[in-house]
Design a protein. Structure first.
Length: 286
């Protein structure tokens, strides 16, 4: 079996690590290959044991192709791949995007007589890698459940319609990424206004089940390390809510906070919480 990865970031690397076994070949392409980070990306692919596809078209020889790019590039990536698709290939779209976006992407794939699977990754890809719980949806979900399970995927069928899996992810993400955003913004506001100790003590007493202080550290770290990716995902969550005639502006606001945190970049791990908050305030010009 030959598996391809369109995009070779954290999710693709994790899936590859978990899937690696005799008799399974992996080929990967990432748009970074064409830029300044090309050498670093090639080194990563070689280290992971992936054959390097210098062009998208070279993925045409793969049986399954996982699309694992940033949310804002999900359609464009498959659009570039589409001319090289052939009958019988399966494109597995794991990107965190709206149901409408996945339906549009599926149309590109099926127009080439290839198959499309909507897959939603429902937890961080480490430590379980490709065995991280996923939801799958689309006309091929039933037929692909068994071969996915045989490879070690922890998959459940969300529905027969493309978009059914990602809808669950997008709505859930509104809460998960929103909780991150409201936590870090509240703590930053507490630090900036000089009332950190009072606010922190009150939150800890009112919501002990969240597990302070580890909870606060974790929320802050996730937004700093993954804020840009989360912002793109929240834009798609906003699109999902707008399509439902709900308050997509909330997801837009969450995206803004995530993006600003991502702009600050990852920080060193040894600092205490307040030191980290103060450093973020400086970086955000507060």
């Amino acid at each position: 079996m030959r598996i391809g990865f369109l995009g070779y970031g954290e999710a693709a690397c994790a899936f590859h690590e978990g899937l690696a076994r005799p008799g399974l070949a992996v080929c990967a392409h990432d748009r970074l290959l064409c830029g300044e980070a090309g050498d670093a990306m090639r080194a990563t692919m070689r280290r992971q044991g992936a054959e390097i596809a210098e062009t998208v078209a070279e993925l045409a020889y793969c049986d399954w192709i996982f699309s694992a790019v940033t949310a804002d590039q999900s359609y464009a990536a498959v659009e570039a791949l589409a001319p090289a698709l052939r009958q019988g290939q399966v494109v597995i779209d794991i990107n965190s995007v709206s149901p409408e976006r996945k339906q549009q992407t599926a149309a590109l794939v099926t127009a080439k007589s290839a198959e499309y699977l909507d897959m939603a990754v429902m937890a961080p890809v480490y430590p379980k890698k490709h065995a991280t719980p996923v939801l799958i949806a689309g006309p091929m979900a039933g037929a692909l459940l068994e071969p996915l399970t045989a490879l070690g995927f922890s998959a459940e069928i969300a529905g027969e319609a493309v978009g059914a899996a990602t809808a669950i992810k997008m709505v859930r993400s509104l809460f998960v990424k929103g909780l991150e955003a409201i936590t870090v913004e509240a703590l930053l506001a507490a630090e900036a206004s000089g009332c950190f100790e009072a606010v922190y003590a009150s939150l800890s007493a009112s919501f002990p089940g969240l597990g302070w202080p580890e909870f606060a550290h974790y929320q802050l770290e996730r937004t700093l390390r993954h804020g840009h990716r989360r912002a793109a995902e929240m834009e798609e969550s906003a699109a999902t809510l707008f399509q439902l005639h709900l308050a997509g502006g909330l997801a837009k606001a969450i995206a803004d906070v995530q993006r600003q945190m991502g702009d600050c970049g990852p920080q060193q791990q040894g600092e205490d919480l307040r030191a980290k908050l103060k450093a973020v305030l400086v970086r955000r010009g507060v």
